[in-house]
Design a protein around this ligand. Sequence first.
Ligand code: DON
Length: 307
Amino acid sequence: MPDLQSVLDEIATDLKTASERGAVASYIPELAKVDPGQFGIAVLTPDGVVHSAGDANVAFSIQSISKVFTLTLALGQVGDILWNRVGREPSGNPFNSIVQLEYEHGIPRNPLINAGALVVTDVILAGYKPREAIGLILSFMRSLAGDDSIIIDVDVARSEEETGFRNRALANYMKAYDNIRHPVEMTTGVYFHQCAIAMSCRQLAVAGSFLAGQGRHPLTGNKVVSAERARRINAVMLTCGHYDGSGEFAFRVGIPGKSGVGGGILAIVPGKASIAVWSPGLNKVGNSLLGSRALERLAKAMDWSIF
Ligand code: DON
């Protein structure tokens, strides 16, 4: 087996200077300001060691990667009853699509598209004020990453508030089916803030590591979720984590992964590694272009495809 650190160094060196880098998200104006020349990668292995290369300590907007963690939180709060309000099938549609909601009576296809994530956030919000729910999500991220310095980028949150018309449309539409139970502004407000959490690859790889460890966090030893739940979250990530690019990601990389329009991807190799990669430029379906390429190379070099 090749040396992991050498593989990461090689990938980071090559991709740092790649000329084709994709396009940074511009529909959230604050994200359009990010320098596309950056590339970072971090890998946590079961022995608790983090290997990293490139801009692995630079914080970026985790965006939709937050959906994996809110799904974990919501399942912890209400259990499998959550699945009455959100499905577990790939959508085959863009992350912010509304079309299926009418055919499927306000029940989103899965918790990783925007509609599904809004339902999950609405579930977390029950019994809390929006500010408390945001605090809960942030505390969860901090405890998983073992780092209390993690913050919400308020400029990104504001930028999403100012431009989040599609998300409000999704939430309003689902509210018509009673699948959003709080005022739309409350649910979307919490959702915008969870998306605006800023983390580095290193922090994210540590935070996601319980999914590679059958639900147990390798650094704290804490059981975050049961082994069965970790397997199921990974299954949803594999089939739905890259939206209408999920098939291509499974084909090329072969491991569960969740992307965000900030250019990050969290990828899990069960029993072997928790990986976070970041490069801000996106491909046509809104997933990090170089992040996906890096994971393809890494999975191949380390023989990490689950298939
Ligand atoms: O709601 C949105 O559109 C963004 N806050 C998150 C979308 C996202 O990250 C899609 N991922 N590739």
